[in-house]
Design a protein around this ligand. Structure first.
Ligand code: NAD
Ligand code: IPM
Ligand code: MN
Length: 371
């Protein structure tokens, strides 16, 4: 079996707590001989800033570039609120996304049957939900220039961020959306605000053309992003794949997280383009949630988003479909048994912490692999 290089970047707050549970799963897979992972670990975010004065060290960026896949926990926290903008914890994550060219961020939102009651929405609205938000991750207002605060000299300042999209950026994310939809229910909803944004006009034009020229057998619909947010909570099951820009995708995926019961449930995969020579793509897997400073250090964080992100890693980076299916089925089984961290607690369920939830999933995973 070829050995694959995994870089673990636990980060700050609950990041290391959730990552520890994935590390145990990786160790278990190595011990059982179902995988051969060589893991390295490095600092990112506030912990990296404390150690090196920057949110990710250059040497660790090199390791990330050389890895077969990167697993990322979470970064940020009040401790670093006043560090300079370019060194703040989040800058480490943005640099990883940009330098690894991870333009496609897959954020699936699945409502596990056992959690239909954990959402703030009525069970019938979300039962059976299985949608995928595809967020463009290396463009838009996150990276557009100019991006600055200028002093106007009259006691006023001006904060500027720039939303920019070029044709090629929209084409490649649109293709990714249609290719994903082809493996699902064949429907793509593109969300922008073409009524007020020029980049939205171009987005709409390019997605429409890519659909007409290359994917006309699939269904495409357009929705203004504000109305899309409303529809996501009104009738989320109408969607299959939602494709949208970096900022709208950030917000819409937090909304989608609550359809699944908790932000602690939502995994993600950030993928680059396939290298035609090797057939491989750069990839980083991270939960959608942040470092959750309000619960960090208490041992109560839900590790499922992190563990499900590792399942996506097994599926997309290592084609270990059987193992990915088994890990996802293990999560479902544990939830069916009523084992719950506080964020998804329900009457009559068994309340556990991060470590117990990880152990329960590992034990169910062992059973699924043996079956
Ligand atoms: P957050 O996602 O950290 O937390 C929002 C709420 O969800 C909190 O109440 C938290 O306790 C809860 N929550 C989140 N994950 C959970 C889990 N796994 N289990 C149980 N409850 C969970 O968002 P925030 O509070 O807005 O941001 C905190 C910090 O995290 C900020 O510095 C922000 O920039 C950063 N952040 C980082 C990432 C990332 O690293 N990918 C993502 C989002 C936010
Ligand atoms: C996310 C986070 C990040 C983002 C932050 C931490 C930079 O909110 O991954 O959803 O805004 O993209
Ligand atoms: Mn976010």
């Amino acid at each position: 079996m070829n050995t694959s290089k995994l870089l673990l970047l636990p980060g700050d707050g609950i990041g290391p707590e959730a990552m520890a549970e994935v590390e145990k799963i990786v160790g278990f897979m190595n011990d059982e001989g179902v995988a051969s992972f060589a893991t390295e670990k490095a600092l990112v975010g506030g912990s990296a800033y404390d150690a090196h004065g920057e949110a990710i060290a250059d040497a660790d960026m090199e390791t990330a570039l050389a890895a077969d896949a990167v697993l990322f926990g979470a970064v940020g926290g009040p401790k670093w609120d006043s560090v300079p903008y370019d060194q703040r914890p989040e800058a480490g994550l943005l640099r990883l996304r940009k330098d690894l060219k991870l333009f496609a961020n897959l954020r699936p939102a699945i409502c596990y049957p056992a959690l239909a009651d954990a959402s703030s929405l009525k069970p019938e609205i979300i039962e059976g939900l299985d949608i995928l938000i595809l967020r463009e991750l290396t463009g838009g207002v996150y990276f557009g220039e100019p991006k600055e605060i200028i002093d106007l000299g009259n006691g006023q300042k001006r904060g500027i961020d720039t939303q920019v999209y070029d044709t090629y950026e929209i084409e490649r994310i649109a293709r990714a959306a249609f290719e994903l939809a082809r493996t699902r229910r064949g429907k793509v909803t593109s969300m922008e605000k073409r009524n007020v944004m020029k980049s939205g006009v171009l987005w709409n034009e390019v997605v429409t053309r890519v659909h007409r020229e290359e994917f006309s057998d699939l269904q495409l619909e357009h929705m203004l992003a504000d109305a899309g947010g409303m529809q996501l909570v009104r009738a989320p099951k109408q969607f299959d794949v939602i494709v949208t820009d970096n900022l709208f995708g950030d917000m819409l995926s937090d909304i989608a997280a609550m359809l699944t019961g908790s932000l602690g449930m939502l995994p993600s995969a950030s993928l680059g383009a396939e290298d035609p020579a090797t057939g491989k793509r750069k990839a980083l897997y991270e939960p959608v949630h942040g470092s959750a400073p309000d619960i960090a250090g208490q041992g109560v964080a839900n590790p499922i988003a992190m563990i499900a992100s590792f399942a996506m890693c097994l599926r997309y980076s290592f084609q270990k479909v059987r193992e990915a299916d088994a890990l996802e089925a293990a999560i479902a089984e544990v939830l069916e048994k009523g084992i719950r961290t506080p964020d998804i607690m329900a009457p009559g369920a068994t309340r556990v912490g991060t470590v117990e939830m990880g152990a329960a999933i590992r034990s169910a995973f062992r059973g699924k692999l043996a079956a």
